[in-house]
Design a protein around this ligand. Structure first.
Ligand code: DGT
Ligand code: CA
Length: 363
């Protein structure tokens, strides 16, 4: 059976999120910066919008370089990262994509694979329509643009989603794979880094078509059996990796609708404790630690409110979760005029517990 797989990747994600909450930024070069704690301009660019990229600004370069490159643009904007806000956007985006997939695999904060084989009845024309619908739904609901690659496997779809960015939609049907790949530069193959590319370049090999002249034995000898075979297959568009069900696990949250709308501390605290326990259970079950804690309200007029804080160290400790949530609740209630209808607790900035050294945290 021929599969149909989407790879969806959001365009200039952090910078686009910033444009969404402040549309005036759209015409300006926008750089999202990770300022280091040394002060001034020390730190690096996380990402930049396409206007800034025209001037050579890209992920990873020092903020000072970016400023230099944008010297002639006095409208250039440099914003600090706001991970919490981007996580909220990720969550919304993933929800829309998940609703449109037979199998949904979360990859990273702005990236996912969808197996849609069944719902489009193995039909590429229907698949293209579905992709357009997903793009429209994302645009209408959360105002973001993304690029989608469609093919019969994850590898080609990933390459295809990057083929026409931003706001791209690229379909590579099985009978077009050879033609599509051969024209591309070697570096589009995921996993082929700068060094490998240079190595081939020295051998006068620039495109995938050139690379096909090398047999699998030579590739294995040069790169080891695993990498060599991967490369040999990848440039021929061969990839059998299934799309595996995986959800966004960058944060866990639990929410409850209160028995009555209220802004009474004691009443809310009771509910909050229960929510902390539930979130903590999920954390332990998944073998995780968290570094940030948040509480959020949906108020009686259906508006939202949230408050969060970052801990000094990651933890999976229930008391710490309860204590911080309680403080956040107190702070939030300080000037609370309206009653609260639903209450939630969230932990984020998760990390994996490695080894046994943290076992005491369970008790
Ligand atoms: P694109 O997909 O080429 O239109 O642009 P982005 O910005 O979406 O790039 P992508 O998909 O590689 O990365 C997604 C987000 O991850 C990006 O908006 C910011 C973050 N990111 C990427 N590279 C870096 C980096 O080097 N440092 C930091 N702190 N964040 C990064
Ligand atoms: Ca992206």
């Amino acid at each position: 059976m021929e599969r149909i797989v989407f790879h969806i990747d959001f365009d200039y994600f952090y910078a686009q999120c910033e444009e969404v909450r402040n549309p005036e930024l759209k015409t300006k070069p926008v750089c999202v910066c990770v300022f280091s704690d040394r002060g001034g301009d020390s730190g690096a660019i996380a990402t930049a919008n396409y206007t800034a990229r025209k001037y050579g600004v890209k992920s990873g370069i020092p903020i000072s370089f970016a400023k230099k490159r944008l010297e002639q643009r006095d409208d250039a904007v440099f914003l600090p990262v706001d991970f919490e806000y981007y996580s909220e956007m990720t969550e919304k985006a993933m929800k829309i994509m998940k609703g449109n997939a037979d199998i949904f695999e979360y990859v990273g904060r702005d990236e996912a694979y969808l197996d849609v084989t069944k719902r489009v009845g193995e039909d590429f024309t229907k698949a293209k329509h579905l992709a357009q619908q997903i793009k429209n739904e994302i645009k209408t609901k959360i105002k973001l643009s993304c690029s989608i690659g469609i093919s019969s496997n994850k590898l080609i779809s990933k390459i295809a989603s990057d083929y026409q960015k931003p706001d791209g939609l690229t379909v590579v049907e099985p009978n077009k794979v050879k033609e599509f790949l051969e024209a591309l530069e070697i570096r589009v193959i995921p996993g082929i880094g700068k060094k490998t590319e240079e190595k081939f370049s020295e051998m006068n090999m620039e495109t995938i078509k050139d690379l096909k002249k090398i047999d699998v034995f030579t590739l294995n000898k040069e790169f080891g059996r695993k990498n060599g075979t991967y490369m040999y297959n990848a440039i021929r568009g061969v990839d059998n990796e299934p799309v595996k069900e995986k959800e966004d696990s960058t944060q866990y949250s639990k929410m409850t609708t209160l028995k009555k709308d209220s802004k009474n501390y004691e009443f809310l605290l009771e509910n909050l404790k229960e929510l902390c326990k539930q979130v903590h259970d999920v954390i332990i079950k998944n073998n995780k630690m968290f570094k940030s804690i948040g509480i959020y309200f949906i108020q009686s007029d259906l508006t939202n409110k949230s408050k969060s804080r970052m801990l000094r160290n990651s933890t999976n400790n229930l008391e710490e979760l309860e204590r911080n949530s309680r403080q956040l609740l107190l702070e939030a209630l300080e000037n609370q005029t309206i009653t609260i209808r639903r209450l939630g607790v969230k932990v984020a900035d998760l990390s994996e517990i490695k080894g046994q050294s943290n076992i005491t945290n369970y008790f």
